[in-house]
Design a protein around this ligand. Structure first.
Ligand SMILES: C[S@@+](CC[C@H](N)C(=O)[O-])C[C@H]1O[C@@H](n2cnc3c(N)ncnc32)[C@H](O)[C@@H]1O
Length: 217
């Protein structure tokens, strides 16, 4: 494991970049009471990813969602993860390698995706939208729309305001968020304005984490 300060400088962004990659998985597991894997599997399931498809995981961190997504996409499928933090990308690569998975992890930012139009069947943004200032969210949503194939799906998992804060939800919010949790309606409107006609908040929740899914027409 590299020293915390031993990584290259992060990619330039106004988003809140995580610089404590070596501790990220541990913290995530603690705040989910050991249920991180269940949250990640639910996220991949709700993305409706099918074997053989391609998926882009934005703000992928240590690959918590990208790795089960690749396992679901299978050898014929493709998984790509981007994050501005080189430390996160290094950890993600290490984890994928130890599992024998071929995943394209790169340093990058949501506001300028290094992919051609209509490249992916699915995009996930797990616990990362709240790391972006408002302007970048809109720019990011437009970029997601651009890189999705027609009929491609976007799944956002984030701290979406629950009816009441309690226990695990409150802890997650305190430890992970950089701003007030989303109003699901704001997130839905953001995606509708980016061109997604059917953005909808799903009924499923994982404590403080809610899900919004949208399809490119
Ligand atoms: C709370 S972590 C979530 C990591 C992972 N998706 C997960 O579910 O565990 C938020 C991530 O967003 C990344 N981030 C910050 N600004 C970003 C940007 N402009 N574009 C993409 N990712 C960004 C951070 O570096 C961090 O790794």
């Amino acid at each position: 494991m590299k020293h915390l300060h031993g990584y290259a400088a992060p990619a330039e962004t106004e988003g809140a970049v995580i610089r404590w990659a070596p501790f990220y998985d541990l913290v995530t597991n603690v705040v989910t009471f050991g249920q991180a894997k269940r949250l990640r599997n639910l996220t991949v399931e709700l993305s409706l990813l099918r074997p053989g498809e391609s998926i882009l995981d934005l703000g992928c961190g240590t690959g918590g969602v990208t790795i089960p997504a690749k396992q679901r996409a299978g050898p014929e499928g493709k998984a790509v993860g981007i994050d501005p933090a080189p430390g996160m990308i290094a950890m993600a690569k290490q984890k994928a390698k130890s599992k024998g998975l071929d995943i394209d992890f790169r340093v990058g930012v949501i506001e300028a995706l290094p992919f051609p139009d209509a490249s992916f069947d699915a995009v996930t943004a797990s616990l990362m939208m709240h790391h972006l200032p408002k302007r970048l969210r809109a720019q990011g949503a437009a970029e997601i729309y651009r890189v999705l194939k027609p009929t491609g799906r976007l799944l956002v998992a984030d701290l979406i305001r629950p009816k009441s804060f309690a226990g695990l939800g409150a802890m997650l919010i305190i430890l992970l968020h950089h701003g007030w949790p989303f109003d699901g309606e704001d997130l839905r409107r953001l995606l509708t304005e980016a061109g997604f006609p059917d953005a909808v908040q799903l009924d499923q929740r994982f404590s403080a984490v809610g899900f919004v899914r949208a399809t490119k027409a």
